[in-house]
Design a protein around this ligand. Structure first.
Ligand SMILES: [Fe+2]
Length: 386
């Protein structure tokens, strides 16, 4: 029986090669007076916002550019970008980049219409948390990587002043438009393609495993998983434009799935790896998948069987689905040139406990289908690290 659910999406999706050229119509339709374009320094230097600035110019609208987005952005960056948006009275924000650029822009668009610092709105504040009262400045998200899914999500991830990766959830954060033009991802480096591709795998598998039900989102997760196993190796090893197109679509589907069903252990446990050991978000999440499948094997056996069935793997009744799925994930790692375990050097028991204690603050541990304790996470780190 299908469990009851509510599925809605506030974001209008524009998907397809060349879609970036239609952004000028969106700017005109919204009657924007001044646009804030948000990106990181690399995207700016590579000229990836040139088409956007040209579109803004063509419709006779002024533009302000913020290029200070860093990977795993901090509170101060979002606050600064929000202040710029407010001071310049921008009435449309366009984010161009990966998850970091989109998260900064989403936070800034909210702050431009509301009081305070982004820190006041982060979930880690507990009961003291502030809620936005005014709708954000409308935002167009233009991803340049296939990974974060931030273009369709109602959340942002920001590193707070205590070096904790914290999250803000609010329907106010949903972009008005997601313009996904796979051509924007064609020149992404091999390393970034691997890391962001693993983020797609993680969003899809974790959303599908979570205790939150949304049958539409779960179907999206299954299709995203099929496409990751099929197309990620081709994106990494060949300049295959069709595979890039499919990964852009998989990223969108997995982004919606994780936005509706959440993520579980790997996303929670990867956050401290990023903050304290500089491990790229997607890589950290990807490397924690097999140990998590192993830990959830009994509570998720039916789901894992469905995943394998959907992607065309037959599992004999007497074989545990988790074992086949673990083999399949390890096969993907081999196909994209990754080792099965992450090398952080030797970590002491105390250091592992410290990572686990940080990870326990992430909501992902609460929606995992099997109860998670600090000991669980230490065990998962040990299984995933060299
Ligand atoms: Fe992620």
């Amino acid at each position: 029986m299908i469990t009851s659910f509510t599925h809605y999406l506030k974001t209008t999706i524009e998907f397809g090669n060349g879609k970036r050229h239609e952004i000028k119509n969106l700017i005109r339709d919204r009657g924007a007076g001044k646009v804030l374009v948000v990106c990181g320094p690399t995207v700016y230097k590579l000229g990836m916002i040139d088409d956007i600035l040209e579109a803004v110019g063509e419709v006779g609208v002024a533009a302000v550019v913020f290029t200070e987005v860093e990977p795993d952005p901090r509170v101060a960056t979002v606050d600064k970008c929000g202040e710029l948006c407010k001071n310049e009275a921008c009435d449309l924000v366009i984010a161009v980049g990966g998850g970091s650029a989109m998260d900064v822009a989403k936070g800034a668009a909210m702050l431009a219409a509301n009081e305070g610092s982004i820190h006041d709105y982060l979930a880690g504040r507990g009961e003291d948390i502030k809620e936005p009262v005014n709708p954000s400045v409308p935002l167009i998200a233009v991803p340049t990587t296939s990974g974060s899914g931030s273009e369709v999500s109602e959340c942002i991830v920001i590193v707070d002043t205590n070096k904790i990766k914290d999250i803000m959830f609010s329907p106010m954060l949903a972009p008005a438009y997601a313009v996904i033009d796979p051509e924007m991802t064609y020149s992404v480096s091999k390393t970034t393609t691997i890391h962001t591709g693993l983020d797609v795998l993680s969003h899809a598998l974790e959303a599908y495993s979570s205790v939150l039900n949304d049958a539409v989102a779960e179907l999206m997760a299954l299709e995203a998983l099929r496409l990751v196993f099929k197309s990620l190796p081709k994106c990494v090893n060949e300049s295959d434009e069709e595979a890039r197109n499919e990964m852009a679509y998989a990223s969108l589907l997995a982004g919606i799935a994780q936005s509706k069903c959440g993520c579980v252990i790997p996303h929670a446990a990867s956050c401290p790896l990023t903050v304290y050991h500089n491990i790229a978000h997607g890589l950290g999440c990807g490397m924690l998948q097999t140990a998590t499948v192993d830990y959830n094997r009994d509570v998720c056996s039916e789901k894992y069987r469905k995943v394998l069935d959907y992607i065309g793997e037959t599992v004999p009744e007497h074989i545990q689905a988790a074992d086949v799925l673990i083999r399949k994930i390890k096969g993907l790692f081999a196909a994209i040139g990754l080792e099965e375990k992450l090398d952080l050097g030797r970590l002491t028991e105390e250091e592992l406990k410290g990572l686990a204690s940080d990870a326990m603050m992430d909501d992902g541990v609460n929606v995992n289908p099997r109860e998670v304790t600090e000991e669980t996470l230490v065990r998962i780190y040990k299984q995933s690290l060299k």
